[in-house]
Structure formats: C-alpha cells, structure tokens
Ligand binder design. Structure first.
Ligand code: ZN
Length: 420
C-alpha cells in the first residue's frame, strides 16, 4: 500500500480498459432479449444470475459484500480509516423488457473497475469506497421505478416495498426471498460521504457533438401520475352510447391528453408520456369497468413543468366528463431540478479537466437512482455517450472508446473524494 501524493498519480492513473469491457460483455450474455439487447427484468432468474456473478467478482476481489432488506447490494473496499463514511459509486443491473446492454450496467461495471484499478496500484484511500447495485431501478416489473434507492433514502418503508406486486402476482418481498437477495442489512440510515453515478446519457447530445463526458448539472422537473378510472361493464352491442361508462376509453383519453401536452411543449424540449394502460375485463363483447393509466410530464423549466402538471389535471376532469367515468389520482410522484450537490458537480468537471477530457454540461431528462440518493448524500452524475440517444431499446449502443473517458473521470473524482 502506498500513500503517495495524488499529484504523482494524477495523470497516469487510468482504468484497465480490456478488463472493464469484459464485464460489460459478460453481462450482455445474461438475460438476453431481442438481438443485441437484454430483457433482465428485476428479481427474475436472470437478475439473480447477474447478481450472483457480480457478487462473486466482488468477493473474489476481497470486498465486503452486504445485501439490505430490499435487495440493494453493496461491495465495500476498505479505507485506512474505518470510522469514516464511504464514497459510494453505483447504478443498476436490471433492464427494461426490451432493454439495452448499457443502461445502468455501465455505471455498475465502471464502479467495479474503479475499485479494481485502485487495487492494481495498491492505493489505500482514506475513506472506504463502495459499489451500490440498486434494486428495481427500471420499474419494468414492479412499480415504482428506482424503488431500492428510494427505500435507502427513506422515501418508502421496507414493508411497503416488499408488498409491491407485479402483473404476475408476485411481490418484491417474495421474489427477493426466492432469488436469495432478501438481505439482512438495514435499509439506509447510515451516513454516506458522497454518491457518484455514471450512466449512459440516454439522449443524443454527447454522441452528436463528439464529447466523451457529460457533467450532469440538474434534472428535468417531472410529475408522474397513476390514475384509477372507474366505469361500468355493459354489452358492447345494445348499450347506448350516451349511457356508456367505458373505463378503457377514459384511460385512452388520458393517454391522448398527456401526449398532446407533450407536443404543445415539444419546441422547448417538454415531454408528455403515456406509459401504460391496464383495463379489466379488457375483452371483446364487454365494456371495461376499471382501468389504470400511468404517465408523466417533464420539462427543463420548473415553472413550465408546473404548468404542464396543471394542464394534465384539467385534462383529467375533461376526460372524466366526456367518458362518464370516475377518475382518481391513485399515486403521483415528483422530482425537482435542484437535486445535485454543486461541489460534487464541480468535482466531476475538475476531474475531467485535470485529465484533459472535454465535457458538456447538460441536464438529465430520465429518472435515476441518484435522484433519491441525493436526498441523503452529496451527489453528482457523469454521463457517457450512447449512439443517437437510443435507449430502452435493443439497439441501444455504445463502445469502449466512447465510455472509457467517463470511467476515468469517475476514478479520479472518487479518489479525490475518498482521500478528503
Ligand atoms: Zn438506467
């Protein structure tokens, strides 16, 4: 172990590129989906296989692995002072049903490569450095997304998380137990020095401009909604139009309304998303008496996002009247723009500058675990390019050369923070 001044390490300390990319390739073989993509949905057998492999790598490297009661996995590389709070690096290993090979995965493997690179040099940091793998980031099987990091930040109680139910009837608690990741570590409630998350941009800017590293300055302000729609079953033939209370139609009206709001603000980068409709009985020959709609609105300008939310609520009243259904907001979520720590954001920028790596300041439009962790620790994010911004799609693509600069920035930012 050496305690050399960082200046002597600053320029020549880099990751092992080949080793880093081999972990991405190993991940790409687990939970294979459509060609080129992954379908490694949270708490499935494929998720277990990936977790097992990752845990084995960490145990093999001598890191202390713990799993908490919502399945978040932590791997700790000890620091010189065990009493100090750790620097935490992480992201997620679950994917969408038609997901890519890089969303979340690059951030976890980058964190592992940072720890391994410190091992290579025998660098003993002052603080521990930890990898976090958050449970169910995508929300593809269990709603809401980012539920593991949210629980860690104290947003949801553990029992509430365990009770989240998938369409197949399984709950998070049952599935954690089934795959062996119902851990015994407490969820959150411990101090973190800081949190850094590297993630593919999931937008086109870095790739289009040929800039390797995005410094994430803030998030889009977003409002999400789950709306319960209550109607009444009836025969699709004789029942007159003016008596119909078709919940499927009410939910569909909401889908169109939120999409229209997105288009209204399209020129300034606003988004309105109809994400999901479930209806019951959802059969030919009968009108549906219940439906549930999930969607969201988001914008870079918080005031505009507020206006979009208000327009959605007004549209909800209108859709309820026209469909003759009762509509009730069953659940809603919100995140604001002001989430990241200015000092941490500056650290990312300065780390890149010291390595001679060009950066672009940009907001994050997607939700990330970092948003929740930011509630309990100073947090920043590093974006790396992905081709044409394509994501949540089997054609999602990036490569080693595009990604390595960001991982080296992560390494140096983590090291600076760990020696603080
Ligand atoms: Zn992700």
């Amino acid at each position: 172990m050496i305690d050399a001044p960082r200046t002597s390490l600053a320029t020549d300390l880099t990751i092992d590129q080949r080793r880093f990319w081999s972990t991405i390739e190993a991940s790409a073989a687990i939970g294979v989906g459509r060609p080129g993509g992954l379908s490694r949905v949270a708490l499935t057998d494929a998720d277990r296989e990936m977790r097992d492999l990752f845990r084995d790598w960490c145990v093999g490297a001598g890191y202390g692995v713990t799993v908490d009661a919502v399945g978040n996995l932590f791997a700790r590389r000890a620091g010189r002072d065990r009493s100090l709070a750790p620097v935490v690096l992480g992201s997620h290993l679950d994917t969408q049903i038609n997901g890519g090979r890089y969303d979340g995965i690059v951030g976890v493997m980058a964190a592992l490569e940072v720890l391994r690179s410190l091992d290579d040099r025998g660098i003993a940091t002052r603080r521990p450095v930890e990898i976090a793998v958050w449970t169910n980031e995508e929300g593809a099987r269990f709603s809401p997304p980012m539920v593991g990091s949210a629980a860690f930040a104290g947003v949801h109680p553990v029992e509430w998380v365990h009770a989240r139910c998938a369409d197949d009837g399984a709950t998070i608690g049952e599935e954690l137990r089934r795959i062996g990741y119902l851990g015994d570590a407490p969820v959150g409630g411990r101090p973190l020095d800081s949190y850094l998350e590297l993630h593919i941009e999931q937008g086109p800017e870095l790739h289009a401009r040929g800039i390797p590293v995005g410094v994430v300055t803030h998030g889009y302000t977003a409002y999400g909604f789950i709306v319960d729609v209550a109607g009444e079953t009836a025969h699709t033939g004789p029942w007159p139009m003016d008596k119909r209370r078709n919940a499927l139609v009410g939910a569909a009206m909401l889908a169109v309304a939120v999409n229209d709001i997105g288009w209204k603000y399209h020129a300034s980068g606003g988004k309105g998303t109809a994400a999901r409709i479930v209806a019951w009985p959802n059969k030919p020959g009968i009108l549906s008496d219940s439906a549930q709609f999930t969607g969201d609105v988001r914008h870079d300008d918080p005031a505009v996002a507020d206006a979009m939310r208000d327009e959605f609520m007004a549209a909800l009243s209108d859709c309820a009247r026209r469909s003759q259904c009762d509509m009730r907001v069953f659940d809603q979520w919100h995140w604001g723009a002001d989430i990241f720590d200015a000092g941490m954001v500056a650290l990312v920028r300065d780390s890149a500058r010291s390595l001679g790596i060009a950066t672009l300041d940009l907001p994050s439009q997607a939700g990330h675990d970092a948003y929740h962790v930011a509630k309990v620790a100073p947090t920043a994010m590093i974006f790396t390019p992905c081709r044409d911004g394509i994501t949540h799609n089997n054609l999602e693509h990036t490569d080693l050369n595009a990604t390595v600069p960001g991982v080296n920035v992560l390494l140096h930012a983590a090291l600076a923070r760990a020696d603080r």
